[in-house]
Design a protein around this ligand. Structure first.
Ligand code: FES
Length: 122
């Protein structure tokens, strides 16, 4: 079966089965920020820039609990829904719109690749 990787403004990044519940994978972006895609234990998927708002720890290596990831460096809790630091910590990491359709994960193209002009010029 062939599945297009260009469905409108959404990037097909592969099947949901590539990320087991409670884990994350990263998506390198040429000329942009690496994205972390999370699969929660209650079967939700979220995507964030893979940099903690504290000191840029790799959130993809953190522990997922509920809809939160604990940063592996200093244990800040970051909301997977909003990208915001929770509790008394302050800061926010950009989120990337994500959808799941027919067992595949899609990211909003414009959020992953913000400037097509810049890419062409590179
Ligand atoms: S870098 Fe994430 S808590 Fe410090």
């Amino acid at each position: 079966m062939t599945v297009s990787n260009n469905v409108g403004d959404w990037l097909d990044i592969g099947p949901v089965s590539q990320i087991s519940p409670g884990n994350a994978r990263t998506l390198p972006v040429r000329g942009g920020e690496e994205i972390a895609i999370f699969h929660t234990l209650d079967n939700q998927f979220y995507a964030l820039v893979n940099k903690c708002p504290h000191k840029q720890g790799p959130l993809s290596q953190g522990i997922v609990h509920g809809n939160v990831v604990a940063c592996p460096l200093h244990n800040w809790n970051i909301s997977l829904k909003s990208g915001e630091a929770l509790g008394s910590d302050e800061g926010c990491v950009p989120t990337v719109p994500l959808k799941v359709d027919a067992g595949r994960i899609y990211l909003l193209r414009e959020a992953v690749i913000p400037s097509r002009t810049a890419r062409k010029a590179a």
